[in-house]
Design a protein around this ligand. Structure first.
Ligand code: HEM
Length: 501
């Protein structure tokens, strides 16, 4: 029997019955609540406010917040969800009440793909997460290690420059080149493998692409648990299981090789560091194989898409704003003139305009516009409202970056606004929070910024940039792609002329 025939009786009889029940329940059987809840738009039965999200939720959520205020309660299916749209409210969540909002959402994909939450990003708040996060911050992603891994980004930046030179000023897909570069940097740092060199690197790339897509996918069962059978019927769960199995086989093979002493690269990578943890040494702890695999996966999935998205939007905005492009190129070229080797971070200390360009990009195009949702661990009295344990919290960093009470002409790309400002993205200034803040803030900021600043400076130093086929800067497509990480929908095609020609 075809699936549609099987579903027919459900659609004809059962669905209207269920809808009637929910309408009855919602409108007639509702007892008045004594709780002081944040404002909330009218909602539909079963799906609640899901239909309000659209494909790029940061945009409709900002529009809704203009009507309902900086704290708004939505229901995504059966999950109460607090939408935070002001810097002040974000500070309340990520600073004042950080500990109470330190959990993450549980989904089928997260559980299966991340080894039952043995990673850092999705692990529930608790002793395990604290140990793993502290290890990431203090050891794996520390400033020192980022410095030590300088040769990886130098090599990749040089390869990118060569590839562009070889294009002989024909049209190149810069988006794709930046994806390859960031994937190579992160996968070499994590596992000593490049993704564009065939073999296991290529396999890793394919697996990570699928993993990231599944982790970012909306799944019905999480939000409407009694409809979770749809995840099975649609094949979603089976796909998650298959990718989880393939990931595990892949990581197991690498672990086996490493334990036998077979290694491609000489430099110490994250896997070496994790395998070398001595539980009896200071700062050491007992770490099992699943935790190692989950952490590596977290770092690869969390570090690649975000970094290339930021680079892609920066180059896009610079191509749309030739005067800004000129000014930042002058600064970079004056600073690096005569240097055969660019050293990071020393050569970058005085590149104030480059840093302002980066902040301005992260303000209007935060790669994760809604950060990573958090969950309340207990009932909280929050800015006068009662927030129940289990409420999901979504912080609209994109909306805060465009708040006209915080930013002059917020939709304009004007890096100058940061030149005489102390506002930074490190999690202390809640008007600019592309990396989140507080306990669950991003531990990869230094790693990300080293690649971001280094690669950007190289591109600006070595080439003059143009749009192809006489395209004018205001004709550049700025559409966004749907997903957890929001990159450009249309790849950035450019012509690059080496400076010396
Ligand atoms: C431009 C690049 C990046 C951006 C914009 C970014 C952004 C974020 C954001 C918004 C969060 C959630 C913060 C919160 O809930 O408050 C996060 C968490 C995280 N990021 Fe990043 N990230 C970037 C690069 C990286 C890199 C390079 C790595 C690793 C090498 C990394 C690893 C992580 C991890 C492990 C978490 C989870 C932290 C936790 O839940 O405790 N990120 N990132």
């Amino acid at each position: 029997m075809k699936l549609s025939a099987w579903l027919q009786p459900f659609i004809t009889f059962l669905l209207p019955l269920i809808l009637t029940f929910f309408l009855f329940h919602r409108f007639l059987a509702k007892k008045p609540s004594k709780k002081n809840l944040p404002p909330s738009p009218l909602r539909l039965p079963i799906i609640g406010h899901m239909h309000k999200l659209g494909t790029l939720p940061h945009r409709p959520l900002l529009s809704l917040s203009k009507k309902y205020g900086p704290l708004m309660l939505l229901h995504l299916g059966s999950i109460p969800t607090l939408i935070v749209s002001s810097a002040e409210a974000a500070e309340e969540v990520m600073k004042t009440h950080d500990l109470k909002f330190a959990d993450r959402v549980r989904t089928y994909a997260n559980e299966k793909l991340l080894y039952c939450y043995k990673d850092v990003g999705m692990a529930p708040y608790g002793e395990y997460w604290r140990k793993m996060k502290s290890f990431c911050v203090v050891q794996l992603l520390s400033n020192k290690r980022v410095q030590d891994m300088g040769t990886i980004r130098e090599e990749e930046a040089a390869l990118l420059v060569n590839k562009i030179v070889e294009s002989n000023s024909s049209v190149v897909d810069l988006s794709e080149m930046l994806v390859t570069l960031t994937n190579n940097v992160v996968s070499t740092a994590a596992l000593g493998r490049k993704v564009d060199q065939g073999g296991s690197g290529r396999k890793l790339w394919m697996l990570m692409k699928e993993t990231e897509e599944l982790l970012g996918r909306f799944d019905v069962g999480t939000f409407i648990p009694w409809l979770s059978w749809i995840n099975t019927v649609s094949g979603f769960n089976a796909r998650v299981d298959k990718v989880a199995e393939e990931n595990d086989e892949f990581f197991e093979r690498i672990l086996e090789e490493r334990m036998k002493g077979e290694k491609v690269e000489e430099t110490e990578d994250f896997l070496d560091v994790l395998l070398g943890i001595d539980k009896d040494a200071p700062g050491g702890f007992d770490i099992d194989r699943d935790s190692i695999k989950a952490l590596i996966l977290d770092i690869i999935a969390g570090g690649t898409d975000t970094t290339h998205t930021a680079l892609e939007w920066t180059m896009t905005e610079l191509l749309r704003h030739p005067k800004v492009m000129k000014q930042v190129q002058i600064e970079v070229r004056n600073t690096l003139r005569g240097k055969s080797n660019i050293t990071y971070p020393d050569d970058f200390e005085n590149m104030h305009y480059l840093k302002a360009v980066i902040k301005e990009t992260l303000r209007i195009h935060p790669p994760l516009p809604l950060l990573i949702p958090r969950v309340a661990r207990q009932d909280v009295k929050f800015m006068g409202y009662d927030i129940a344990a289990g409420t999901m919290v979504i912080i609209n960093a994109w909306g805060i970056g465009r708040d006209p009470t915080l930013w002059d002409e917020p939709d304009e790309f004007r890096p100058e606004r940061f030149l005489n400002s102390t506002i930074d993205y490190k999690g202390h200034d809640f008007e600019l929070i592309p990396f989140g803040a507080g306990r669950r803030g991003c531990p990869g900021i230094n790693f990300a910024m080293s690649t971001y600043e280094f690669v950007l400076a190289n591109l600006l130093h070595k080439f003059e940039w143009e749009l192809p086929n006489g395209m004018k800067c205001d004709e550049l497509n700025m559409d966004e792609c749907a997903g957890l990480t929001v990159h450009k929908k249309v790849p950035l095609l450019v012509v690059a002329r080496p400076l010396s020609s």
